[in-house]
Write a protein that binds this ligand. Structure first.
Ligand code: ASP
Ligand code: MG
Length: 454
C-alpha cells in the first residue's frame, strides 16, 4: 500500500490513512512519500547559496512541522517520545548534510539525492508511530537500510529488481513472522556500494511497485485523494466518469501523457509479476477504484480515457533530405538527449523532422542543435504553447473507425492538429493542438464518446 504526501497533510489525514492500513487482516507492507511540500522545501533550500544561520531556521521549521503532526496523530506519550527521538536523529543527519553543502559551496548530484531523501526518512516515523498508537506493530524502515538497490543514476535511478528482492524478502518475511508491519520510505534506494539514489520526483509510486515486485505481492494499492482514473480530468469536463479497469499499457500511456494519477514508471515492475494495481481514494476506501491488470480483461467499445499535457513545444528541424539521409534522426535525438531534453514524440517528413519537447527545454534544445547546424540542418523553428492530447483504449487496436471519430470531433470544433502519432502503441493515439484550443478539443472528444454516459 502506498500513500502520498497529500494524504498525510494533517493529524486527521494521518489517522485516516492509518485506519485504512489497520483494517483487514492481510499481510501488508506500507510505502510512503514525504509530507506534502517537504521534498519541494528541501530542493528549494539547495537552490541557492545559503548562510550558516539559515540552516538552523530551516531545520527548526522541519522539526516544527513534523512534531506538530505527531502531536495531533499520536496520543500515547511513550510512542510519541520514541518517535520524537527518531525524528531528531534524522534531522541531525539533515543538518549535517546541509552544513556540508553550505561550507563547501558545492552541491554534487550525490549530495542532492542524500538531502532529498530526508523527507521520506522523516515521514515513515510519523506513519509508523500513528499506527503503533492504534495498536499495530509498525516499524519504520529506510529503503537504503532495507536494501532497495538502484542502478546508481543520481536524480533518476531505476531499481535493480533481483538484487532488491534478494535483500528485502528475508527481512520482510522475518518482520511478518513477528507480527510487524513494515513502513518503508518511498522515493529512493541505494547503489550496491551504498550511495543513496532517488527515483525522480514523485517516485514513491515506483518504489511501491518495486517492493510489490520483490515480494510477489498479491496486489499493489496506490492510495490517492481521487477515485482513481477518470475518463478525462473532471476539472475540464464535468461529465467525466470513473474507470473501473485499465490494462497495463493503457495506464502507462495515460500516466506518461499527463494523467496525474500514477507515476508512469509504476506499471513496469507490477506488470512483470502480473500484479494488479488498484488506485484508490483515502476519502472513500469502500470504493473499488481503478484496477490495472493484464490486457484483454475488459473490451470496451470506443475509447476509455483522454489525458493531456499543457506546456509543450515543437522543435522543427528543416533540411533538404532530412527524411532520407541516414542518421539524421539519431544525431538530433542524441544531441537532445545529451542536453537533458526529453523527447515526447517525433514525426518526420522529407524536408523536416519534428520533435515534441517540454516548453521549458526549448532554450536547451536550441543551444544543443545550434552547435550542430551544418550539413543537413538548414533551419530550426520552434512552435511554443503546444498541448498534447492522448486518447487511450484497447479498442483502438481492434475496432475500426475510432481515429475517424476522434478527428471528426476535433474538426467540428474548427481546431487544427499539428502533430499526430498513431500506431506506435496499439492502445493510444496522441496528437497536438495549440494550447489555447486544448480544453474545447478535450470536451469535444469526450462528448463524442461519452455523451450517453453524461
Ligand atoms: N517526495 C517525493 C517527491 O515529492 C516522492 C514522492 O512524492 O513520490 O517527489
Ligand atoms: Mg509526492
Amino acid at each position: 500500500m502506498k500513500f502520498g504526501g497529500s494524504s498525510l497533510k494533517s493529524g486527521e489525514a494521518m489517522k485516516r490513512v492509518c485506519k485504512i492500513i489497520a483494517t483487514g487482516d492481510e499481510l501488508k507492507v506500507v510505502v510512503v512519500s514525504a509530507l506534502s511540500g517537504v521534498t519541494e522545501e528541501l530542493i528549494q533550500f539547495m537552490g541557492q547559496l545559503r548562510r550558516e544561520d539559515e540552516i538552523e531556521a530551516f531545520i527548526k521549521g522541519m522539526e516544527d512541522k513534523h512534531i506538530a503532526l505527531l502531536r495531533e496523530s499520536v496520543s500515547s506519550e511513550t510512542v510519541r517520545k520514541e518517535a520524537c527521538a527518531k525524528i531528531k536523529d534524522k534531522l541531525t543527519r539533515l543538518e549535517r548534510a546541509l552544513y556540508g553543502f553550505v561550507y563547501l559551496e558545492e552541491l554534487t548530484p550525490r549530495t542532492q539525492d542524500i538531502i532529498q531523501s530526508l523527507g521520506e526518512r522523516l515521514s515513515v516515523v510519523l506513519v509508523a508511530a500513528t499506527l503503533q498508537d492504534m495498536g499495530v506493530k509498525a516499524v519504520p524502515i529506510d529503503a537504503d537500510e532495507l536494501g532497495i538497490i538502484t542502478d546508481g543514476v543520481y536524480g533518476g535511478a531505476s531499481a535493480v529488481l533481483d538484487a532488491t528482492a534478494k535483500n528485502i524478502c528475508p527481512r520482510i518475511r522475518h518482520m511478518f513472522d513477528r507480527g510487524e508491519t513494515p513502513v518503508i520510505t518511498g522515493f529512493f534506494g541505494r547503489t550496491p556500494e551504498g550511495h543513496v539514489t532517488i527515483f525522480g520526483r514523485n517516485g514513491s509510486d515506483y518504489s511501491a511497485a518495486v517492493v510489490a515486485n520483490a515480494l510477489n505481492a498479491d496486489s499493489l494499492e496506490i492510495w490517492k485523494d481521487v477515485d482513481g482514473f477518470m475518463s478525462v480530468d473532471p476539472k475540464i469536463v464535468k461529465e467525466a466518469v470513473p474507470i473501473e479497469t485499465l490494462s497495463y499499457d493503457e495506464a502507462a500511456e495515460l500516466s506518461y501523457f499527463g494523467a496525474q494519477v500514477l507515476h508512469p514508471r509504476t506499471v513496469e515492475p507490477a506488470r512483470m509479476k502480473n500484479i494488479t494495481i488498484y488506485v484508490k481514494n483515502v476519502f472513500r476506501p469502500e470504493l473499488r477504484g481503478t484496477a490495472i491488470k493484464p490486457s484483454g480483461v475488459q473490451k470496451v467499445q470506443g475509447i476509455k480515457s483522454i489525458s493531456f499535457m499543457k506546456n509543450l513545444a515543437i522543435i522543427k528541424i528543416y533540411g533538404a533530405g532530412a527524411g532520407y539521409k541516414t542518421g539524421v534522426i539519431s544525431e538530433i535525438s542524441s544531441k537532445l538527449t545529451d542536453a537533458g531534453v526529453n523527447i515526447y514524440s517525433a514525426a518526420t517528413s522529407q524536408t523536416c523532422v519534428a520533435f515534441l519537447i517540454a516548453k521549458n527545454d526549448v532554450p536547451l534544445a536550441q543551444r544543443a542543435l545550434e552547435a550542430s547546424k551544418r550539413g543537413v540542418i538548414e533551419r530550426i523553428e520552434t512552435v511554443e504553447d503546444i498541448a498534447l492530447l492522448c486518447v487511450v483504449g484497447e479498442g483502438l487496436g481492434y475496432e475500426k473507425g475510432i481515429a475517424a471519430r476522434v478527428f471528426t470531433a476535433v474538426a467540428r470544433e474548427g481546431v487544427s492538429v499539428n502533430m499526430i502519432s498513431a500506431g506506435a502503441s496499439l492502445v493510444a493515439y496522441h496528437f497536438t493542438v495549440d494550447k489555447k484550443d486544448l480544453e474545447r478539443t478535450t470536451r469535444a472528444i469526450h462528448n463524442e464518446f461519452f455523451h450517453q454516459a453524461g
